[in-house]
Ligand binder design. Structure first.
Ligand code: PEP
Ligand code: MG
Length: 585
């Protein structure tokens, strides 16, 4: 067979090489027939029993979840159990059997087809992808009805770094419960026809750190059992039946990656100190309290950015209601206790732009420039006070810093500080404990803030540079618009000037400055940031060890003079040359 390449969406990085194992869906071409009147109740019972069997199966999977299973998995299995118990699955197909005399499989499939058509109409991409949960639950019931459950072969776990026997699962879609089997078996990657960035397959692949490519259209019908395949998880491509020379290239790239990873793993406990003895704070960016485990595992000395808005999004399951003070308090407390005495910087709600709340219709013409982040919070003071009280209450359980996004005006800073004072007074009145000296910091992510630093250093205890937005607003490029993505450039001299100004204003005023945008985790920029005086980097935990490695090889006394030169040149070639020089000192 000739080699061919399929293109999909890269969702989990790395290279996987192995033989394909196809996970067959339960036959959708099940028999359709009408049941005679006297057999209707027996048919209803057959479906009810199949649903009960799937429920028992899910409960067993949930109960036997290994302690190190990714935290999302339990939640995904719960979602499947909820769908199974919902009248749309547990009752409506029974009605179809009774009213139309369809056999159980037909009744179930017709209900699922109807639901899936309704999901296709939904505009929200995340919700639309949840259609797959319903399909997967339906699939499980069909498997029980047709007696075709269980399609994964028994294989021994592969030795780490061993090539054989390695299998790559190829499926139309994979349910979260089936995903569990990846932990103990020799599967090294997976490819699915369905899925996108937010699909469960993608989320779990990332947390298991397995290369994966999803959204591959009809991969599961083009690939045959036992075909050799390569997943290039960075490019989102799958090479089927590769030529020997291609296979060799990927094998050596894979060996190199594994070697690098192993080497980095040894740095977990090494303090991030430069060659000339300066300690650099390496912190983690998290979205939910559960992420603290990976932050600790990577050796982070604290959380530099807890994006609290993730607690406020995807709330349709709570009737669209925002989280209460107690619910928020529990999440913040969970994070701060998980970090065992290490500081946790909680950013107040940053909604708007590409992170709208479910309840809000997006009406702004230009949402990135609209009522976002602190602007939104100041327009909803009761909601903001609720969050501030929840964060303050959690500060009784460990060190918390409060970080405020998108500040640009003196009056915004003053209003924010006065609301914090108000929240503190409310807690004193209610006799709640909290850290009276909680430190409050500002995100510097609007050029106006970076150009008026005296306003900030006078009022704030620390600064954190949000380069994702600082670059968006400085260069006037919408960060979610792929048509201008090529203009995103952290090395644009305007961006570098604003960065350098902020770092040095903090140093002069004696207050800490961190960078918590994506560039903090980009090893190509680590030396430049160090040379500009940055001492706190906050990033996705997966990037932390590679950045640490850069730091361990850096000498600040050599970097600083070169970094100062970067600020004096404007031509892209001159900047690139100076950055290149930094990598050599
Ligand atoms: C940033 O803007 O750099 C940042 C860290 O915040 P977010 O990406 O959540 O806007
Ligand atoms: Mg931001």
């Amino acid at each position: 067979m000739a080699s061919f390449t399929l293109h999909g969406i890269p969702v989990s990085r790395g290279i996987a090489i192995g033989r394909a194992h196809l996970l067959k869906p339960a036959a959708r071409d099940v028999r359709h027939y009408l049941v005679p009147e006297e057999r209707v109740e027996a048919e209803v019972r057959r479906l009810t029993e199949a649903i009960a069997a799937v429920n028992a199966e899910l409960q067993a999977v949930r109960r036997d979840l290994p302690a190190d299973a990714p935290s999302e998995l339990a939640a995904f299995i719960d979602v499947h159990a909820l769908i199974l118990a919902d009248p749309i699955i547990a009752e409506h197909p029974l009605k179809i059997i009774r009213s139309r005399h369809y056999n159980a499989e037909w009744a179930l499939l017709s209900q699922i087809d109807e639901l899936s058509a309704q999901f296709d109409e939904i505009e929200d991409a995340y919700l639309r992808e949840r259609k797959n949960d319903i399909l997967q639950v339906g699939e499980r019931i069909l498997k029980v009805l047709t007696g075709s459950a269980g399609s994964l072969p028994a294989t021994e776990p592969a030795a780490p770094g061993d090539y054989a026997p390695q299998m790559i699962v190829v499926a139309h879609d994979i349910s979260p419960a089936d995903m569990l089997q990846f932990r103990d078996r020799a599967f090294v990657g997976f490819v699915t026809d369905l899925g996108g960035q937010n699909s469960h397959t993608a989320i779990v692949a990332r947390s298991l750190d397995i290369p994966a490519a999803v959204g591959m259209a009809n991969a599961s019908s083009l690939i045959s059992e036992d075909d050799w395949i390569i997943i290039d998880g960075d490019a989102g491509i799958v090479i089927v039946d590769p030529a020997p020379v291609v296979l060799e290239q990927y094998r050596s790239a894979q060996t190199k990656l594994l070697r690098e990873r192993k080497k980095l793993g040894k740095l977990k406990k090494t303090p991030a100190v430069t060659r000339d003895g300066t300690f650099i704070h390496l912190l983690a960016n998290i979205e939910l309290p559960e992420d603290c485990a990976s932050a600790l595992d990577a050796g982070a000395v604290g959380v530099g950015l807890f994006r609290s808005e993730f607690l406020f999004m995807g709330r349709t399951g709570h009737g669209g209601k925002l989280p209460s003070e107690d619910e928020q308090f529990e999440s913040y407390r969970k994070a701060v206790t998980a970090m065992k005495g290490r500081p946790v910087t909680i950013r107040t709600l940053d909604v708007g732009a590409d992170k709208p709340l479910d309840k809000d219709e997006e009406t702004a013409l230009n949402p990135a420039l609209g009522l976002r982040a602190i602007r939104y919070c100041l327009s909803e003071p009761q909601m903001f006070l609720t969050q501030l009280r929840a964060i303050l209450r959690a500060s009784a359980y460990g060190p918390i810093n409060l970080l405020v996004p998108m500040l640009a005006h003196a009056f915004e800073i003053d209003q924010t500080l006065s609301l914090i004072a108000q929240a503190k007074q409310q807690l004193r009145d209610a006799r709640h404990k909290f850290d009276e000296g909680i430190r409050v910091g500002a995100m510097i992510e609007i050029p106006a803030a970076a150009l008026t630093l005296p306003l900030f250093v006078k009022r704030m205890d620390f600064l954190s540079i949000g380069t994702n937005d600082l670059i968006q607003y400085t260069l006037a490029i919408d960060r979610v618009d792929h048509e201008v993505a090529h203009l995103y450039n952290p090395l644009h001299p305007a961006v570098l000037q604003l960065l350098a100004m902020t770092i040095s204003a903090g140093a002069k005023a004696g207050i800490p400055v961190a960078v918590c945008g994506e560039i903090a985790g980009d090893t190509r920029l680590t030396r430049l940031l160090l040379g500009l005086g940055l001492r706190e980097f906050s990033m996705h935990p997966a990037q932390l060890l590679a950045v640490k490695q850069e730091i361990l090889g850096s000498d600040l006394s050599l970097l600083e003079p070169v970094a100062r030169k970067v600020l004096k040149v404007y031509e892209p070639a001159a900047i690139a040359e100076a950055v290149e020089r930094l990598s050599l000192v």
